[in-house]
Design a protein around this ligand. Structure first.
Ligand code: SF4
Length: 147
């Protein structure tokens, strides 16, 4: 069986979110007890490099996030354009600027960048005037619009 990449898995998770605005996403995250509270925060900040020790630390952080009930919302907060803009990213938000280091929602900064390009495209499509508002969630709207 082919393994699903962390990036593909993350995009699939984002598409399950019931809300997309930053305050709503933050409320989702803050409403739950998060597994990262129970581990040393340093686990999520491996040193630079790509040696085996770094890979092991990233893998351990991913394992913690894999059990998190709000993982998709956590990632969406990290990728939120308005949050990135607040952090100084301007009109071309870079999730690595808002969350520049470490593992966030089980993804490295490079993986967050890879997810972000797809996520921002989906958000632009959802906000497009060409997309009729005919359903309850942005994803439903998009799926109906492109059907
Ligand atoms: S997904 Fe986010 S909130 Fe959940 S354990 Fe990982 S870093 Fe913490």
């Amino acid at each position: 069986m082919t393994a699903v990449s962390p990036v593909a898995e993350a995009i699939a998770g984002l598409l399950t979110l019931p809300v997309w605005t930053l305050p709503e996403l933050q409320a989702l995250v803050h409403a739950e007890r998060r597994p990262c509270w129970d581990v040393d925060p340093e686990l999520f900040f491996p040193p630079d490099g790509d040696g085996p020790a770094v890979a092991r630390q990233v893998a351990r952080a991913r394992t913690v996030c894999a059990a998190c009930p709000v993982r998709a919302a956590c990632l969406a907060v990290a990728l939120a354009p308005d949050a990135a803009a607040d952090a100084g990213a301007g009109d071309d938000p870079d999730p690595a600027l808002y969350a520049p280091d470490g593992v966030w929602a089980g993804l490295t900064a490079d993986e967050r960048r890879a997810v972000a390009s797809h996520w921002y495209a989906l958000r632009r499509l959802a906000a497009s005037e060409d997309v009729p508002v005919v359903a309850d969630s942005p994803v439903d709207d998009m799926l109906l619009a492109v059907a």
